[in-house]
Design a protein around this ligand. Sequence first.
Ligand SMILES: *Cc1c(COP(=O)(O)O)cnc(C)c1O
Length: 230
Amino acid sequence: MTESITLALQHVRQRLADAERVAGRPAGSAQLLAVSKTFPAADVQQAYLAGQRAFGENYVQELQQKCAELAALDIEWHFIGPLQSNKTRPVAELAHWVHSVERLKIAERLSAQRPEALPPLNVCIQVNVSGEASKSGCAPEQALELARAVAALPRLALRGLMCIPEPTEDAARLAAQFALLRRLQQQLAAEGLALDTLSMGMSADLAVAVAEGATMVRIGTAIFGSRHYH
Ligand SMILES: *Cc1c(COP(=O)(O)O)cnc(C)c1O
């Protein structure tokens, strides 16, 4: 079981390297975030022993539990799930990154609650690139205004944009949605907001995301296996 995480991680690293090469991008230009939601701390530790340092969690309580259990390890924690305003404090205190900022109120609370002793919290703005009503994220037309406001908050470092495309196997549709996030990044740069991170790509669409410019891919299933919710 544990050995399979090591092997799966090697396989994902190879897929990522292949995707970078095919896209004509430098090796290592897309970082791997291991999404460990629903998996036990022992699995995170196994991936850590195989060299993985950045892990993503979706649920506040789970983040708290794993941070406590794995406090001895030098892990970079990324919060990537929907965040309610009454749950921002533990995230501001424990996470190194938050990928799912979609409205100003959440960003303001994270900034206000970020402990002074810690460096600014790295954040990405989540954008709804598929236009699905059910999807999290700000509308693409709101991204610039939200980015300006978030960039002005003292205890946050605005690093980039994040998206979850529509669940489809149609590579052209996926590519178009990833490309929208990249164009938004270029638009923000033209407005004086240079951001270095495009958080996009999951287990099934890693290569498409890298071809469209992802700098951080968020991979769960391909490393840890399928999730069982209870
Ligand atoms: C669960 C999750 C992932 C990982 O998805 P896989 O398909 O398991 O690789 C990535 N990003 C977010 C926001 C997630 O919630």
